[in-house]
Design a protein around this ligand. Structure first.
Ligand SMILES: [Zn+2]
Length: 147
């Protein structure tokens, strides 16, 4: 019987902790000032377009209201109502997108653009360049849609 008498002397050796700064962000997720400026510009241009669109729809709605009088053909009135409801829906949608754009710009200005609002991980530049208003990463977005 061989006895292993190798007794390791445990000397309360403190493990020296190296100051490891963990950085899980890959270079493709880091936005340069130029890229951020470009994204901001795109969002701003879209806001302009949306403003124009909302204004046009509202003008049309106002005009529709004004021209609506007694003696309208019922079918005609029905078509007008449908048209107006469609315009209202479009306007609401445009307002929603506009608000999202403004929020994205606020995030750029706050330095939080590109960070998932749910898991705080980078959303990914590629996704944001396709969907500049995205506030969730693909995984979180899919989870949300499945609800
Ligand atoms: Zn996420």
């Amino acid at each position: 019987m061989a006895t292993r008498a190798a007794k390791s002397a445990i000397t309360g050796n403190a493990v020296t902790e190296g100051s490891v700064t963990e950085n899980s962000v890959t270079t493709t997720d880091i936005w340069s000032a130029d890229e951020l400026a470009e994204a901001r510009e795109r969002l701003l241009a879209e806001i302009d377009e949306l403003h124009t669109e909302i204004l046009r729809a509202e003008t049309e709605l106002a005009a529709g209201n004004a021209s609506e009088g007694a003696g309208d053909d019922p079918a005609d009135a029905g078509a007008k109502t449908y048209e107006r409801e469609r315009e209202i829906a479009l306007t609401l949608n445009a307002r929603d997108v506009l608000a999202q754009n403004e929020r994205a710009i606020a995030r750029i200005d706050a330095g939080t653009y590109g960070v998932c609002e749910s898991c705080q991980r980078p959303i990914g530049k590629e996704r944001l360049q396709a969907f500049p208003r995205a506030t969730l990463c693909v995984a979180c977005k899919q989870r949300e849609e499945r609800r």
